[in-house]
Design a protein around this ligand. Structure first.
Ligand code: NAD
Ligand code: UDP
Length: 336
């Protein structure tokens, strides 16, 4: 199966491409390299013995996309490309809406032109905002987003929902990721944030490897067992596998399909820190700091719908997430 993968050299995209190649699928990668390095392509090749077709370009460039679609008999699209830093989105909302929302509209138009009617869109648990209750199901209310990044995801879901209503023979899937972490077990691919990491796991990894002094824990007064924030961390390899299952199960089935990609289990910041210390064999220094504005206390996914309808469940443990992150970070202290 030939699948156009936008943002395929990024963190989640690269792991998904490896799993696709291992499963005999043919990813065709489009990435403008705004948040990825070309070295990722070599790592994908080293792991799979296949160098996937890669086009450097921007998804907002319709002529470019038309050209890529005209060169390959593409059956589906997995749409990872987007900007994802919450804080940056507050500072640069126009850039975020342009890249994430406009980029998705241009992509959908190019797909329509090419007659490709199947898309899996990288959405996020952020569309649920601060949930009224946990676990969060796919029918929990959405839209109470707290920043432009989250709103851009919610807007794209809205645009694609309306588009699907007008084209009911399409297969449109929203994969709402919870907190993807971890790395390829080989230690050759992983998350490589530019500048100061926004997210917990890469920050802890950079402290452990000596690039930063200590972790700031944002708040220990949440209504959670140890007071620190609770999230549903999911191994990036599980996220990758979830895409393959979605492609196979609903990718060619007309409909609007919405799935949480999480584990169904929440872990606190302290629990993640302890697991990481275990993985790297040393304590990771930290200090307790005030809450981060816009943060919620706890969220984790209901995995029931994905289990029932896709027959899919995440299998990798928190210890595997931290061990694989440490393997990657210690082998690649400065990233790619
Ligand atoms: P990433 O930044 O590592 O990957 C995104 C890739 O898209 C990068 O390689 C970047 O160069 C590329 N890109 C960005 N804009 C582009 C454009 N206009 N044209 C072509 N390429 C472009 O991010 P990731 O963590 O792999 O996330 C992938 C997707 O999943 C994103 O849409 C993100 O919002 C979403 N998501 C991520 C998380 C997470 O925690 N990592 C959680 C929920 C949702
Ligand atoms: N967090 C933290 N210090 C950091 C980064 C994150 O204490 O340097 C906490 C954050 O407050 C939240 C959890 O770790 O409770 C996960 O944060 P992340 O930014 O990784 O994911 P998100 O908030 O988007 O779920």
């Amino acid at each position: 199966m030939k699948v156009l993968v936008t943002g395929g050299l990024g963190y989640i995209g690269s792991h998904t491409c490896v799993q696709m190649l291992n499963a005999g699928m043919e990813p065709i990668i489009v990435d403008n390299l705004c948040n990825a390095k070309i070295a990722v392509l070599d790592r994908i090749e080293a792991l799979t013995n296949i160098r996937p077709q890669f086009y450097q370009g921007d998804i907002r460039d319709e002529t470019f996309l038309d050209d890529v679609f005209s060169k390959h008999a593409i059956q589906s699209v997995i749409h990872f490309a987007g900007l994802k830093a919450v804080g940056e989105s507050v500072a640069k909302p126009l850039e975020y809406y342009d890249n994430n929302v406009n980029g998705s509209l241009v992509l959908a138009r190019a797909m329509r032109t090419a007659g490709v009617k199947s898309i899996i869109f990288s959405s996020s648990a952020t569309v649920y905002g601060d949930p009224e209750s946990v676990p969060i199901t796919e029918s929990s209310s959405v839209g109470a987003t707290t920043n432009p990044y989250g709103r851009s995801k919610y807007m794209v879901e809205g645009c694609l929902t309306d588009f699907y209503q007008s084209q009911p023979d399409w297969s449109v899937t929203f994969a709402r990721y919870f907190n993807p972490v971890g790395a390829h077990p080989s230690g050759t691919m992983g998350e490589d944030p530019q500048g100061i990491p926004n997210n917990l796991m890469p920050f802890i990894a950079q402290v452990a490897v000596g690039r930063r002094d200590k972790l700031s824990i944002f708040g220990d007064d949440y209504a959670t067992p140890d007071g620190t924030g609770v999230r549903d961390y999911i191994h990036v390899m599980d996220v990758a596998d979830g895409h393959l299952v979605a492609l196979n199960r609903v990718g060619q089935k007309a409909g609007l399909h919405i799935y949480n990609l999480g584990t169904g289990k929440g872990s606190s910041v302290i629990e993640m820190l302890d697991a990481f210390s275990q993985a790297c064999g040393k304590p990771v220094p930290y200090e307790i700091c005030p809450r981060r504005p816009g943060d919620i206390g706890a969220c984790w996914a209901s995995t029931e719908k994905a289990e029932k309808q896709l027959g899919w469940k995440a299998t990798r443990s928190v210890l595997e997430m931290t061990a694989d992150t440490w393997h990657w970070q210690s082998k690649n202290p400065q990233g790619y």
